[in-house]
Design a protein around this ligand. Structure first.
Ligand code: 26M
Length: 836
């Protein structure tokens, strides 16, 4: 029925059933499959073997062919669950579904026993996961490299409506999706001194003697492609101490001290920083970054040497290309130089040529405070040799600049000013005593290509954040609009809709050729098709209603419009604006007579997302959501027409349940602030309408879907600067003023706690409404009005819904990855032979 290939040959159902039972018996000592968790463990360990067979075949083939390889360096990979994805990508669903049925279990329930691999914060980490899926599916030789965090993104709970953070203990019952490679270990050093030594030939070499060393232990996580035998790899590093404990201290009876080095080493890969906008300048974070970059580069170079020897480094750029996922792995620029110059003995200029040919950088954010800058002091202490290397790079760079700018800026002061503005090492503008390493500038100077993640964002990258660089190297800058994998985000998470599409199109070839979805356009107004489309959405809404019931103990009307905003909580994403409009809706409903209310479009609003632990304002926004929710949901006058629920612990798996059920999704960032967004693509793919600003990928989604089908509102990116300057003179809408008084007056309780929120958008002395909520408020309410009107006309709503899925072809990560492969990586497919 599907195009998927069963990569390890076919097996009969009885053999699969037996295998599941055996795995449980011999790995867990349990004689019976009695709970979904038993079934999960048995199934996962059984599937693992098929996966490893596919992995081994792929890698034998790649070793033989020696193609050019892509290495995707990322501090985050937000993988979510693996069971369903692996079974479906390997084409084993028939076998395992039947085997589980025989054991009295349902695949869907069994899958829910798995814990998410939450090794990422949000968009950037999930993008890396989608990219791995697409690279494998397109048979591109490529690996991900990252950190095997012991604790991933924290678990979020609500306590009296406030966010509470709990540790994410995801490895306790073992991880069937990884293979520890005891033979793949590299040493990583920190601190210490650098000395010069003269070699026999008279060449001066730098010798770095680190003060501390740890071992990077490799764990491989096979990545199955869909409908191909290719199974690639995500290699994650765990930090281990050089020795189990300090023997001298141990023998002296100082047991605490004997354990210290071990703890210091293990701390490096212990926990993901749950910060996705304002990087804390924590030393441990820099340690994490260097740790995985150093191990990954050594790993790649040692394999290169094993095949090509150590005399042909000039071939490296034709065999390896690295993609830096944001600035987090940017220390790779200095590390590759160190390995080539200090360890392999290359001349500086040759090493620089190779380094810049091998590296490319993707920017994911325009917010100035999110751009990483490390104090020179911190860098020099932890990575003294790298600091020297960066200084030399910067010297070369600024000298080159000076010559290059001589004709354009003949006046020395003007030229010096421009050079200072483009220097990799510069003063901290808030503290003139401190010098900083600007990691984004290092990445731009050290890379062949620099890209943004949506058309508007790439323009901002070129015209604003890196404009000085763009003017000098215009061809270095590119756009690669993000995408999402249609396997996880439609085919596997919404099989009912996938089946309907497959029936309508006559084949499931759209799963790896999403442009075929375009053909749905011709059926968008067909009433019979609309009815079947609506039936799927209803079923998914029922499922989400069940989840709301489990979390909040309340029944919701599944005929209501399901209105969703799920993403990290941030001021720029403006969940606050959403709440303000919900409050306005509530107040209007209150004012209506029961008769009038009968005409209202009922809504169930859902908001979900985590606030960084130290992001105070974001935490207050969460509390506002829960506080407004408890007032609204308890009001007998309005509860049939409006609900608001905060769903705690938003993660990949929850997204897989929520997105298929959504009818309206909100992407309402201040124009010019959301680089792309990727959940907008997932919603669109699942036939969910969008209310959003002219920002990020919303723009391209509107272009593909038809702008007339999208509820677009608000000011445009090019007007933001002017409006910010004028915000103090902006006359706020009377409805806005009224709501602000309500919150301040304690309508939702906790008025002291909400005061900073009110001030942040209202009190020009305290906050200045940086994200221009007030400017967009009236237009947003109008757009919400249009949503209601459209929803009343179900035929029109369903037509639009179908148009969203039909217009989603562009937003497959397969398209994105093809573009990276062609325009940046220059890598082609290499498919292993099919399984016998
Ligand atoms: C940096 C330093 C220290 C600790 C954490 C960080 C950090 C981690 C993640 C900073 C930013 C991080 O992620 C940013 C992010 O997720 N950006 C999003 O990237 C998506 C994929 O390109 C885009 O779709 C989103 O618009 C963008 O916000």
């Amino acid at each position: 029925k599907t195009a998927a290939i069963n990569k390890s040959g076919t097996s009969s159902v009885p053999a699969t059933t037996k295998d599941i039972e055996n795995k449980l018996r011999y790995l867990f000592g349990r004689n019976e499959v009695s709970t979904p968790n038993d079934a999960y463990q048995g199934t996962a360990w059984s599937v693992r073997e098929r996966l490893i067979d596919a992995f081994n075949k792929t890698h034998e083939h790649w070793k033989k062919e020696d193609p050019k390889f892509i290495y995707y360096l990322s501090a985050e990979f937000l993988m979510g669950r693996s069971l369903t994805n692996t079974v479906f990508n390997l084409g084993l669903q028939g076998d395992y579904a039947t085997a589980l049925k025989e054991l009295g279990q349902k695949m869907e329930q069994v899958a829910e026993a798995e814990r998410d691999a939450a090794l990422g914060n949000g968009g950037l980490g999930r993008l890396a996961a989608c990219f791995l899926d697409s690279m494998a599916t397109l048979d591109l030789p490529g690996w991900g490299y990252g950190i095997r965090y012991k604790y991933g993104m924290f678990k979020q709970a609500l306590k009296d409506g406030y966010q509470q953070e709990l540790p994410d203990i995801w490895l306790t019952s073992g991880n069937p999706w990884e293979v520890r490679r005891d033979d793949v270990r590299h040493m990583v050093g920190f601190g210490g001194r650098v000395e010069r030594r003269r070699e026999a030939g008279g060449r001066e070499v730098a010798v770095w003697t680190p003060a501390e060393q740890v071992i990077a232990q490799a764990y491989d996580n096979p990545i199955p492609g869909y409908s191909t035998p290719t199974t690639s790899n995500l290699r994650l590093w765990d930090a281990l101490p050089l020795s189990e404990f300090d023997l001298a201290a141990f023998n002296a009876g100082d047991y605490d001290r004997a354990m210290l080095a071990r703890e210091r080493a293990e701390a490096i890969s212990a926990v993901l920083y749950p910060n996705d906008s304002t990087p804390e300048g924590k030393e441990l974070r820099l340690k994490q970054q260097y740790f995985f970059v150093c191990a990954s580069l050594q790993d790649v170079l040692s394999r290169f040497k094993a095949t090509h020897g150590s005399a042909r480094w000039d071939l490296l750029p034709s065999k390896a290309v690295f993609q830096l996922n944001d600035t987090h792995p940017t220390i790779a620029v200095a590390e590759l130089m160190r390995l080539l110059v200090d360890v392999e003995g290359l001349e500086w200029d040759e090493a620089w040529g190779i380094t810049t040919k091998c590296l490319n950088y993707t920017n994911h954010t325009v917010m100035p405070e999110a751009l990483e800058k490390w104090p020179v002091k911190v860098m020099a202490k932890m990575l003294p040799r790298h600091m020297e290397i960066i200084e030399v790079i910067n010297e070369g760079w600024t000298q080159w600049l000076s010559a290059h700018l001589a004709s354009e800026l003949p006046a020395p002061e003007e030229r010096a000013k421009r050079i200072a503005a483009m220097s990799i090492i510069h003063e901290n503008p808030w503290n003139k005593e401190e010098m900083l390493v600007n990691m984004a500038y290092l990445a731009v100077v050290g890379s062949s290509a620099v890209n943004g993640v949506a058309a508007i964002h790439s323009n901002i990258v070129k015209d604003e954040i890196f404009n000085d660089f763009y003017k000098i190297f215009p061809s270095k800058f590119q756009n690669k609009t993000n995408g999402v994998t249609p396997r996880r985000w439609l085919a596997w998470c919404n099989p009912e809709l996938a089946d309907l599409i497959t029936q309508q199109l006559g084949s499931d070839a759209w799963i790896n050729d999403t442009e075929q979805l375009t053909a749905l356009r011709t059926h968008a107004s067909d009433p019979a098709f609309q009815q079947r489309w609506a039936a799927v959405k209803s079923a998914k809404k029922e499922r989400l209603a069940g989840l709301i019931k489990r979390v909040w103990g309340e029944e919701v009307n599944t005929a209501a419009l399901f209105d969703i905003q799920i993403k990290r909580i941030h001021e720029y994403k403006r969940q606050y604006l959403n709440v303000l409009s919900i409050i306005w809706r509530y107040k209007q409903l209150k004012r209506m007579s029961p008769q009038q209310r009968l005409q209202a479009v009922p809504r169930v609003c859902v908001i979900g997302g985590k606030a960084a632990s130290a992001y105070d304002m974001a935490k207050r926004i969460i509390r506002l959501v829960t506080a407004v929710g408890s007032v609204i949901n308890a009001d007998p006058d309005t509860r049939d027409y409006l609900r608001l629920y905060f769903l705690p612990d938003y993660n990949v798996s929850l997204a897989e349940t929520i997105i298929p059920a959504a009818e309206l999704s909100q992407h309402i960032s201040t124009a010019g602030t959301e680089a792309s967004g990727t959940s907008n693509m997932k919603f669109a793919l699942n036939g969910c309408l969008i209310i959003g600003t002219w920002d990020g990928a919303n723009i391209e989604i509107a272009e593909e879907t038809g702008v007339e089908n999208v509820f677009v509102f608000g000011v445009r990116a090019e007007d933001i600067n002017g409006l910010r300057k004028e915000r103090k003179n902006f006359k706020t809408d009377p409805r806005w003023d009224e709501i602000m008084r309500d919150i301040e007056g304690g309508m939702f309780g906790d008025k002291e706690y909400f005061k900073p929120l009110v001030d942040s958008v209202n009190n020009m002395k305290v906050g200045n409404d940086w994200f221009l909520l007030a400017n967009d408020f009236a237009a947003y309410l109008d757009a919400q009005q249009q949503v209601d009107e459209c929803y009343r006309d179900q035929a029109e709503w369903l037509r639009r819904s179908i148009m969203y899925t039909a217009g989603s072809g562009k937003f497959s990560s397969d398209r994105t990855i093809r573009q990276y492969a062609e325009d940046i990586w220059h890598v082609g497919p290499c498919r292993p032979p099919p399984a016998a």
